[in-house]
Design a protein around this ligand. Sequence first.
Ligand code: GDP
Ligand code: CO
Length: 392
Amino acid sequence: MKLDLPRYTERFGATSLHGVQRVYELDSGFDDGRSMSETLTRVGNDQIIDIERRMAIVIPIKAERLRLLEGVLSGIPHDCLTIIISNSPRQPVDRYKLEKDALLQFNRFVGRDALILHQRDPGLSEAVKETGYTSILGPDNVIRDGKAEGMVIGMLLAKMAGKEYVGFIDADNYVPGAVNEYVKIFASGIAMSKTPYTMIRVSWIFKPKMSETGLYFSKWGRVSELTNQHLNSLISYYTGFETEVMRTGNSGEHCMSIKLAELLTFSSGYSIEPYEIVNVLEEFGGIIPTVNQDAMDKGVEVLQVETRNPHFHEDKGDDHLKEMMVASLGSIYHSKICPPKLREKILESLRGRSMLDEGQPEPPAPVRIEPFRGIDMQQFAKILSKATTYTQ
Ligand code: GDP
Ligand code: CO
């Protein structure tokens, strides 16, 4: 892959937030010895495959169409470990079983490593409870519903499998070629990172929508525009300079080194993606003290890379949009580093769009999921092996 070097960077304590980088060639071929210009970089195919071998791709899924899942599976490079975490209904039709059958059939043909697990499997809940990871459990002692919860379980499985990197790809993507590009971007971003504590987020070039006159290639989704605006305000408040650096606040397609992932506190449901950025600033922004001195010494990087493929996924309607917006802005609003002025602006944004119910003074505080660094993985693996839906 051939891509830009970051053109500018916001530095915030030990964190470097890089501006969006563009892809020039999806496949940059063999190294032919020709020198590159000083502003482009080439990540060779050998290097990409070497990183893919050390990477797990987590697919969170809840009641998506099977055809879409099959397409996504076909787009994931062979050498990655695929991990599906499902929260699909099991009655009246056992949709988890359909997903599992589709995965096993796919694996039989391509001979690939993959894991699948149901988020609400009692054996899984037992494994997290016994290892003391209770912040992911609901009042019924079962893992809570929610996309973030599924992703965190996926990260635990990636760590358990000894992977160094974990990437996330939604199951509702219509374009397998786009999925393939996301993983190449993850690997290239990792290759370009200068620290073991790194995150790569995908910025979609277009998110096409149907309109009366045909396809309209819009640049931003309604939620992401607002999330980015407020994340940028948060950064500007501390640096004193207005910025537009953050473009991927809601990006479901992103990847992290396990070394970084296991230090982060996550925020429940659909607020996980923006809160990852907020939490990186909380932990490594130098505003409040941290226990993670090694990451402070080595630095934390966030790279953002713009795709070549447009992003086509399922349209989930206005209620979903509202849920995402309130959760995303709520995760910024309730951060301990959110200044009162920004809180006011967030409230204005939500009220102006009638996103808060009558008599609701503020967005609800998203539930937090603690870092998973301290979990005894051997014990976790041992208990998990008895979970009935766990299939590899
Ligand atoms: P959007 O694309 O950000 O608007 O959100 P989606 O509704 O498409 O969700 C993103 C991905 O998360 C999809 O693959 C969903 O099927 C999946 N997902 C949503 N809720 C849950 C959940 O509770 N658990 C799991 N494991 N996956 C979920
Ligand atoms: Co989607």
